[in-house]
Design a protein around this ligand. Structure first.
Ligand code: HEC
Length: 152
């Protein structure tokens, strides 16, 4: 190959690589899905061991419980609604299309979680087991209430 041909071939390859990269990136709905699943995974990964402590399946560690509830509240306070762009259900997602048909209700349920997780973080600081248990129950209801209607 001549020098020019090498150059042309190289440029074509580079252009193809750039195009492939752009194609991979230009999927805002998929990105949003990954983002919200990551947030939910973090919330769930903390919520589960908290549930085990509340139920008595694991010894109650007040310090750990308080740390986890603070993290759950922090993650719940991010703008998760922004991670549900219109019609971003489909492959890989367990989000139901009802989310966008009943957006106001979905929004309200997101707000319920934010409020109750914040309360849980607050109550957890006190170390009053009965109050912690009660508030954990209230918080769990907000997860279930949304999942029942909007998650497959
Ligand atoms: C306002 C609605 C709503 C609330 C409140 C909510 N979730 Fe979710 N959650 C969803 C939806 C929708 C999905 C499915 C997302 C997807 O797959 O695109 C989901 C997915 C999940 C997942 C699976 C994540 C994955 O990787 O697929 C976990 C775990 C989870 N939620 C935990 C919780 C916990 C714990 C709470 C309460 C503290 C909670 N969620 C509150 C709507 C909600």
């Amino acid at each position: 190959m001549t020098k020019t041909r090498w150059l042309v071939a190289g440029t074509a390859l580079f252009a193809a690589a750039v195009a492939a990269q752009a194609e991979e990136k230009a999927d805002p709905k998929k990105d949003a899905m990954k983002y919200r699943q990551a947030a939910m995974t973090l919330i769930g990964a903390n919520f589960k061991p908290m549930g085990a402590m509340v139920k008595g399946d694991a010894p109650f560690n007040a310090q750990e419980f308080a740390r986890r509830s603070k993290d759950v509240a922090a993650i719940s306070s991010i703008d998760l609604l922004a991670a549900f762009p219109q019609d971003s259900d489909g492959t890989g997602s367990k989000a139901k299309p009802e989310i966008w048909m009943k957006w106001d209700d979905f929004k309200k349920k997101m707000g319920d979680m934010e409020r109750e997780t914040a309360k849980l973080a607050e109550v957890s600081k006190g170390g009053d087991m009965a109050a912690v248990k009660k508030q954990f129950g209230e918080t769990g209801k907000t997860c279930k209430s949304c999942h029942d209607d909007y998650k497959e």
